[in-house]
Design a protein. Structure first.
Length: 720
């Protein structure tokens, strides 16, 4: 047997248990050994029989004095009755309906048991305790200690027909046999410095700890290891990026100054700071890999335009990708406006728009406004350099598929650039060297385009150091002046009417309203759905106003249409799912009503709130909840008191864990790593350790086990 031995080949497992183990994601011996308990039961304290208290769960040792089986008078229940004694006294034990026990347990057997003493008709008895036979060799062989009782006991995530008890039974002998055969992965200098258990004892202690302290120490070692691998992985990606070549774009200072001067507003100092960081990166001969973080409305778009202008004026192209058509279109319009204000640029900047779903494509030669051109022509222009900025959705990188049957599918319209210098991605996407090279249409090891990712989802620091650790960060931590803070209120059910009245009065003044619901269709429960709310609001509550709905099941074209109409103020109220979460800019929207708030993360709610308050008008955010729990209230209060997306995201991480954050799921991390991501101290240590090792030996030549494990890790993570 070795670690890749399939579980069904392990003695005692077989086909029946193979299926069950597979359900837990365990296919090999290695995976079984690394299936860690999610918590522990403490059965280490042994109570004397004399000291057992009524109705209290306790654990004790004793010897069977006598044992017999009986049926109750109705002959329905089988009772196995035993008398068990220790040196302090004896007690009656009764198991119900476990007829096999009479065959397993014999007079004279030594048992350890845990259960509750209850009062019967005649006397107190121990009711159906869990038990374990104490082996004869007890105390002689250290590792033959008890498995299920009389110790700290591991509790695993179970599945039907597969209990923690069974896992303990199977795992113990396997661990004893294999724990010393697994090569240590963490370099000794790191283990010494961080005082981490070695692999073999950590593996034993995480399953069968001698104390809770040792269990924590074992978890700590494996948590550290996970974070260490994530850091190594990302630091290596970073190193690879630095070795690649990119076109250097010297900062064209007069150009940038002129551009900034002609904007209708003054840049905030945060915008200036990050623009400078980005421009500095573009000067370097290796590709930029930067994440621009900024709260909703902090003005990221104009920063990306500044970067673009520097690249375009050097004669290169820019690609901008957004996650949805709506957003892509909005960027297209924004870029058009921004450049249109620039007399000196307007004659020479040509912006194209491409998505996978529309048949019409636009090109904007700025002086002449929008022209509709065919897809073919747009692609042709992009290829020959006639388009300076191509804006679109994923269609920019995914060739459009044509033809119905899969065998007939032809890959068409692959976008080719003449000289792509910069890729801008709104709302987080990781782009590796290979992908960027592909988008640029060049073979790897030639020039790679620079990458600027942008996100309004604030990412907690521990995540930017780990799973986003290959990126450089720029943070806009300041909103443009003159923005009014959105007034946020938790609304009790009795006040719902009042909110609606207020909303109506605002709508009569030309303001618009968002209503966000957690789901699309109505189900049996109380959760608000877009379809039902739409019906109620349009027919009963606001028959005098125009209401429309938007959700993810509509076609992109329908969604696009609705959003356009809302922006053009063709209706007053938009009932929507979370599709409006990112980036949508509707200037006259001043009211955000959120239903089922308990179903959203704080940072996400903050994003919704950011959809309003985008102008000088006072805006409002009303939070409805069906939950009256204290926890929900506290969470929502945080939203009222705190206006920083960064702080709210740190709270989300604490309360909900990292799973809700964008990009985290793609890593497929084990639970232990997920909870380790909450621990900023450990994250920092692991990253430092990874840096040290790479500094000492960037190719990990001295650390062959580590290198191999890292390769396995790399294979498991699919980020692109
Ligand atoms: P986000 O960072 O959420 O993408 P946008 O780039 O869409 O934000 O900017 C939000 C709005 O703020 C836009 O209408 C933009 O024109 C405006 N804006 C950007 N920077 C400034 C500034 N320094 N002063 C005033 N308004 C600004
Ligand atoms: Mg934006």
């Amino acid at each position: 047997m070795n670690f890749s031995t399939p579980v069904e080949k392990i003695p005692g497992i077989g086909l029946k248990y193979q299926k069950r183990l597979n359900r837990l994601g365990i296919k090999t011996l290695g995976e079984l050994l690394f299936y860690f308990p999610h918590h522990y039961g403490d059965f280490s304290k042994i109570t004397k029989i004399k000291e057992i208290k009524l109705n209290e769960r306790s654990c004790f040792k004793g010897k069977i004095l006598e044992i017999k089986q009986e049926r109750t008078w109705k002959r329905k229940i089988i009772l196995t009755k035993a008398i068990v004694e220790d040196d302090s006294g004896a007690i009656q034990v009764i198991w119900f309906n476990q007829p096999y026990l009479i065959k397993v347990l014999k007079k004279g057997d030594k048992l350890i048991m845990a259960g509750k003493i209850v009062l019967g008709d005649k006397q107190a008895y121990l009711s159906s305790p869990v038990y374990e036979k104490i082996p004869e060799t007890e105390d002689k062989i250290q590792d033959a200690k008890l498995t299920h009782l009389g110790r700290i006991v591991p509790v695993y995530s179970e599945t039907e027909g597969l209990s923690s008890r069974w896992l303990r039974y199977i795992l113990k002998p396997l661990l004893l046999r294999f724990k010393n055969k697994i090569p240590e992965t963490l370099p000794e200098i790191i283990r010494k410095k961080e005082q981490l258990l070695n692999l073999s004892s950590a593996l034993w202690q995480i399953h069968f700890p001698d104390s809770l302290k040792l269990a924590r120490a074992a978890q700590n070692r494996f948590s550290f290891e996970e974070l260490f691998f994530i850091s190594l992985f990302n630091l290596k990606r970073r190193a690879k990026m630095v070795k690649a070549k990119a076109q250097s774009f010297p900062i064209n200072v007069p150009l940038i100054q002129e551009f900034v001067k002609s904007l209708p507003f003054k840049l905030t100092s945060a915008q200036k700071k990050v623009s400078w960081q980005i421009l500095k990166d573009l000067e370097k001969p290796y590709p930029m890999n930067r994440l621009l973080q900024g709260d909703v409305g902090s003005g990221k778009t104009v920063v990306s335009a500044i970067a673009s202008i520097n690249v375009i004026k050097a004669g290169n192209q820019v690609a901008l990708m957004a996650p949805t058509e709506i957003l892509a279109k909005q960027h297209f319009q924004t870029f058009f406006q921004i450049f249109n204000q620039q007399r000196s640029f307007s004659s020479s900047v040509n912006i194209g728009f491409l998505t996978g779903n529309e048949d019409k494509f636009y090109s904007r030669k700025l002086k002449s406004g929008t022209i509709e051109i065919s897809r073919q022509k747009l692609l042709e222009k992009t290829k020959t350099g006639g388009i300076d900025i191509l804006i679109g959705t994923h269609a920019l990188i995914t060739p459009i598929k044509k033809g119905k049957s899969s065998s007939l599918r032809v890959l068409e319209n692959k976008v080719k650039f003449k000289n792509l210098g910069l890729i801008i991605i709104d709302e987080q996407h990781r782009f590796g060297v290979e992908q960027r090279a592909k988008l640029a249409g060049k073979k790897t090891n030639w020039k790679i385009p620079h990458l600027l990712s942008m996100t309004a989802t604030p990412i907690p620091r521990s995540l930017t150091l780990t799973i986003w650790g290959d990126l450089d960060l720029s943070i806009i931590d300041e909103l443009p002046k003159g923005r009014k803070k959105v007034i946020t209120e938790i609304v009790s059910p009795q006040k719902r009417e009042k909110v609606y009245q207020f909303a109506r009065s605002q709508a009569k003044n030309g303001r618009q309203i968002f209503v966000i619901c957690p789901r699309i269709e109505e189900k049996e429960d109380e959760v608000k759905s877009v379809e039902k709310e739409y019906k109620i609001l349009s027919e009963k509550v606001f028959p005098d106003l125009k209401v429309k709905m938007l959700h993810g099941k509509m076609t992109p074209k329908e969604k696009e249409g609705i959003m356009r109409e809302f922006k053009q103020k063709k209706f007053d109220i938009l009932v929507s799912t979370s599709v409006v979460e990112v980036g949508i800019d509707v200037k006259d929207a001043t009211i955000m009503i959120i239903e089922g708030t308990e179903r959203f993360g704080l940072a996400q709610l903050h994003q919704f709130r950011g959809r309003v308050g985008r102008s000088k008008k006072q805006s409002f955010c009303f939070l409805f909840t069906e939950s009256s729990s204290k926890k929900t209230k506290e969470r929502l209060k945080a939203l009222i008191n705190c206006n920083s997306g960064f702080e709210l995201s740190e709270m989300d991480l604490k309360i909900r864990g990292p799973g809700d954050f964008f990009g985290v799921k793609q890593w497929g991390l084990p639970d232990l790593a997920m909870s380790a991501l909450k621990n900023i101290k450990l994250v920092e240590k692991a990253r430092e350790a990874a840096k040290e090792i790479l500094k000492e030996d960037s190719e990990l030549r001295k650390y062959s086990t580590l290198k191999r494990r890292l390769e396995v890790f790399e294979e498991k993570v699919h980020l692109e």
